[in-house]
Write a protein of this length. Structure first.
Lengths: 264, 259
């Protein structure tokens, strides 16, 4: 007699696909989820690229692709990180509703749950980044980098989705409540805005220059702006930082999953 | 025989103010969130003062106006959430069954909001001055800033009340916040209107009433006494209050009928 059979789809990928399908199905059918995730990046793009375009004339500001492209990279970075963060919210909501606990009891391999939500984060990000990029191009954004540079830019953005997801999922698995939402998004929001958002690092003065100089978000923005303009800056550093953060937050998420397992 | 209406309003105003002051998680966003954004923007956008046509060399004096608007918008969230909690917990219904006048039910809340609006405006002025902002209109200007801040907070608070009365849900009130933040983003919050170079953005900022509210606060900090800017700012704040009160009257009627 053979050992107990594993249920169909109980492996990592089977569980991941089921989680991803369900969450994306919910996301696409609920305007209260999809609309804010698309509207907020567009509002940032409109208000920063449109409202602050005069900053492109500040002495010392020299960005070959123009101010819209300069701000587009910030919006792309923010959208990527927040696509990951919002998926952490989904994890927390699924715990509050009791769905995640049932899922943990049913799943043959619980790491598949983590993987499934990661697929959700990436899928959501693809939708958001496509919309934001289309609007930016329609608004006249210039790209002076080549195809390989753009591949690098979107590759970096997808890594940042996983960074945002890793952080927020770790929090969500530990707290298992949407009340931990501010804990997920406030640090990311602060780190993003303590980087050179409006002007290059060289034009920042005082304490914010000191903070931005050691902020990993500065490397992400610098690399993204370098890739979109074709004048590379800190590209390798940004990819190294993103990969290191994925490893760290991956461990953070898996230990969070174990904490959730113990409480289930 | 019921207490006079002023006593009813006073009792509810006191309750509303204490309820907010006793909850640090409600005070934190009101006080610190606008100041953190001010610190970040004042440092990050300092180079904007190098633009030809920028009205001052101190970006913090220019940007501090936005803190008053953000604070007023937090009043919307806090007031609306508190009222929605009272509706959800049944407190509002029990209150409505007492001989208390209908006017006092909401007026008490709004008087509390006005007091908190004045308090938070005073805090923003003090911290702004400590970090290098210059209030050109002097001590009298500070009083006008506090009055305008209180009026704006009351106006936004009335909109929060109307939303809570209509929906009875704190979550729905919280959902209003990003919507109002869009109004700040699409205004002259970061640059003066003469430096908004993108045509469509300039048009939206011209039509956006929040631009005029911001410019009224800003005028006191960087120009001194500018009657036209103050008239427009007070008109916008009063307009928001009247619209908010109109919605409160309509939604209160519906809520009390359901009760």
């Amino acid at each position: 007699m053979s050992g107990p059979e594993q249920p169909v789809g109980a492996g990592n990928w089977g569980v991941a696909r089921a989680v991803a399908w369900r969450s994306m199905h919910t996301y696409l059918r609920r305007p209260d989820l999809i609309v804010p995730s698309l509207v907020f990046p567009l509002v940032f793009l409109a208000s920063f690229a449109g409202g602050l375009s005069a900053l492109g004339s500040v002495p010392g500001f020299d960005f070959p692709a123009g101010y819209t492209a300069f701000q587009f990279v910030f919006v792309l970075t923010q959208s990527a990180l927040f696509s990951g963060l919002f998926t952490g919210f989904t994890v927390a909501v699924d715990f509050e509703s009791g769905f995640a606990r049932r899922l943990m009891l049913a799943a043959g391999n619980r790491r598949g749950i983590v993987l499934g939500y990661a697929l959700v984060a990436l899928s959501r990000a693809v939708i958001t980044l496509t919309v934001v990029t289309s609007v930016a191009l329609l608004a006249g954004m210039r790209i002076t980098g080549d195809g390989v540079d753009m591949f690098g830019l979107y590759g970096l953005a997808l890594l940042l989705v996983l960074v945002g997801y890793g952080w927020s999922a770790g929090v969500a698995f530990r707290f298992r409540s949407i009340q931990a939402g501010p804990l997920m998004q406030t640090p990311v929001f602060l780190i993003l805005f303590l980087a050179p958002v409006y002007v290059p690092l060289s034009l920042l003065k005082g304490w914010i220059h000191a903070v931005a100089s050691v902020n990993p978000a500065t490397a992400f923005l610098g690399a993204g702006r370098g890739l979109i303009s074709g004048v590379h800056e800190h590209t390798a550093l940004a990819f190294a930082c993103a990969l290191a953060l994925i490893v760290v937050f991956g461990l953070w998420t898996l230990s969070g999953l174990r904490a959730a397992e113990r409480s289930t | 025989m019921s207490a006079p209406i002023t006593a009813q309003i006073w009792a509810l105003a006191k309750r509303s103010t204490l309820k907010t002051l006793r909850q640090p998680f409600q005070m934190f966003p009101i006080v610190f969130f606008p100041l953190i954004l001010l610190a970040v923007n004042a440092s990050g956008l300092r180079s904007a003062t190098l633009l030809r046509g920028f009205p001052t060399h101190s970006y913090i004096s220019f940007a501090i106006a936005v803190a008053f608007i953000q604070g007023a918008m937090f009043s919307l969230i806090n007031t609306g959430t508190n009222l929605a909690e009272d509706i959800e917990s049944g407190f509002f219904n029990r209150l409505a069954l007492t001989p208390m006048r209908r006017l006092a039910l909401i007026a008490g809340l709004l008087v509390g909001v006005a007091a908190l609006g004045a308090l938070q405006s005073g805090v923003y002025i003090l911290i702004g001055l400590l970090f290098g902002a210059h209030l050109d209109a002097g001590a009298a200007g500070a009083l006008v800033v506090i009055v305008l801040g209180s009026l704006a907070a009351t106006g936004f608070g009335a909109i929060g009340c109307a939303t809570a009365l209509k929906t009875g849900s704190g979550e729905a009130v919280q959902g209003m916040f990003p919507l109002f933040f869009v109004f700040i983003f699409l205004s002259s919050s970061n640059l003066p209107r003469n430096l908004l170079k993108t045509g469509w953005f300039h048009t939206i900022a011209n039509w956006n009433p929040i631009s005029y509210l911001i410019e009224a606060f800003r005028s006191l900090f960087i120009f001194g006494w500018d009657a036209a800017a103050l008239e427009r700012g007070f008109a916008v704040a009063l307009g928001i209050l009247l619209v908010g009160l109109g919605f409160v009257v309509l939604t209160l009627r519906g809520r009390l009928q359901r009760t």
